[in-house]
Design a protein around this ligand. Structure first.
Ligand code: SF4
Length: 235
C-alpha cells in the first residue's frame, strides 16, 4: 500500500484499505485499545513497557494471532517487529497482501518477563481482550501462528506439526470464523524445510478468504503426547 499509511493510537493504521471502514467502527476499536492500554488484570502489567494491543486494518478479513509480545514488541508497542515480523511481511507479499491489509495481534497483550511461557491465569485474564478484538474487527479467517495460539484457540491438544494447513470452523468470542493454524514465522527463520511448508500453507490463504465458512473437515489427526505444562512453545 503506497503513500498514505498513517499510524493512529492503538496500532490502528490508516491506509487506502481502511478508508472504506465506517469512522464509528474505527473509533470503537481505538476506544477499546485505549481501555486495554491501562489494563492491570494480571501480573504481567507490572513488568511491561506498554500493552501491545495489535496493529493493522481494523476491518481486516484476515487476522493473525501469535503468542505474546517479545522484547522489541514491548519496547515499540507493535506486534511482530523483529526478524519473524519481516518474514511474516514477506509471506504476506507472496500472496499479494501487506501488513496494512491484515490485523496482527498476540493472545497475551503484555510481555511475560524473560519471554517465559504465559501462565494459565494470565491467559484466562487476557483472552476476553482477544475475543473482543475479533468481535470488533470481524475477520473471516483467523490464522494462528505457532503451537501456543493454535492449541488455545482450537481448544484441542494437537500440536502445530499435526494441524498446520488444516482449517476448521470455530467460534471465537461470539464470531464464527475459519481457524487456520500455521507455523510461527520464528520457527521457519533458520529452517528451510519449515519455511517451504509455511509458504505452501500461506498459498492457501486467498482460497480460504474467497470461501464462505466451510464445514469442519474430517481431520485424520493423531494427538501428540501432552507437552510439559511450561512448554507450550512456538513449534
Ligand atoms: S496481559 Fe492482558 S490481562 Fe494481563 S495486564 Fe496485559 S492486557 Fe491485561
Amino acid at each position: 500500500m503506497a503513500g498514505a499509511d498513517r499510524e493512529r493510537p492503538g496500532g490502528v493504521v490508516d491506509s487506502p484499505a481502511v478508508s472504506a471502514v465506517p469512522v464509528e467502527h474505527v473509533d470503537e476499536l481505538q476506544a477499546y485499545a485505549a481501555e486495554v492500554a491501562a489494563c492491570t488484570r494480571c501480573r504481567l502489567a507490572q513488568g511491561r513497557t506498554q500493552v501491545v494491543f495489535g496493529a493493522g486494518n481494523p476491518r481486516a478479513e484476515l487476522m493473525f494471532v501469535g503468542e505474546a509480545p517479545g522484547f522489541h514488541e514491548d519496547k515499540q508497542g507493535l506486534p511482530f517487529v523483529g526478524q519473524a515480523g519481516k518474514l511474516l511481511e514477506k509471506l504476506l507479499a507472496g500472496i499479494g497482501l501487506s501488513r496494512q491489509d491484515v490485523y496482527i495481534v498476540n493472545t497475551l497483550k503484555c510481555r511475560p518477563p524473560g519471554n517465559r511461557d504465559p501462565q494459565p491465569d494470565e491467559i484466562e485474564a487476557c483472552e476476553s481482550h482477544l475475543f473482543r478484538q475479533i468481535e470488533l474487527i470481524q475477520p473471516t479467517v483467523v490464522a494462528t501462528l505457532g503451537n501456543f495460539a493454535t492449541k488455545l484457540l482450537s481448544g484441542r491438544p494437537l500440536g502445530i506439526t499435526r494441524v498446520h494447513g488444516h482449517e476448521q470452523t470455530t467460534t471465537l468470542g461470539s464470531r464464527e470464523v475459519v481457524l487456520y493454524p500455521l507455523y510461527h514465522p520464528a520457527a521457519a527463520l533458520y529452517t528451510p524445510a519449515m519455511l517451504k511448508v509455511l509458504e505452501s500453507d500461506f498459498a492457501r490463504i486467498p482460497e480460504l478468504l474467497g470461501r464462505a465458512l466451510v464445514p469442519e473437515p474430517e481431520l485424520a489427526l493423531v494427538a501428540e503426547p501432552a507437552p510439559p505444562a511450561q512448554q507450550l512453545g512456538l513449534f
